[in-house]
Design a protein around this ligand. Structure first.
Ligand code: AMP
Length: 115
């Protein structure tokens, strides 16, 4: 855990409301500034600043983020209509919180290419 990381504090239950999903490896919670009717962030409980800092040993954990997002999407009724997963990496991609997080966005039609 990084003491100055807001997402570490959320994973530890120190701030934020009840998670959408949590187990010993990952936590999912609603984005504070939703960009779609459904906007959920899925994070590893372990602090990893960005995908650039992920190592080979994180392979299973990163796969778990994807599978957790898919399960939450199904639980939220998004599997059939579709949803988008976004993982911003670095400032030019728009990453503002430096703890890996997968955005799960759904409930509206998405544009392509993304802005
Ligand atoms: P990114 O720009 O990809 O780094 O995404 C960071 C996301 O975290 C943004 O969509 C923010 O709205 C969201 N966010 C920041 N602080 C919080 C918080 N305390 N609780 C929930 N979501 C947050």
């Amino acid at each position: 855990m990084s003491n100055d990381c807001i997402f570490c504090k959320i994973a530890a239950g120190e701030i934020g409301g009840p998670p959408v999903y949590q187990d010993e490896e990952v936590t999912a919670f609603r984005d504070i500034n939703p960009q779609a009717p459904h906007h959920i962030l899925v994070i590893p409980n372990e602090h990893i600043s960005s995908l650039n800092e992920a190592a080979d040993g994180h392979q299973a954990l990163l796969g778990k983020l994807l599978l957790t997002a898919a399960k939450i999407a199904a639980d939220q009724g998004l599997a059939e209509t579709g949803y988008r997963l976004v993982l911003n990496t670095g400032p030019q991609a728009g990453q503002t919180v430096f703890h890996i997080h997968l955005h799960l966005l759904g409930g509206r039609r998405m544009a392509w290419p993304p802005g």
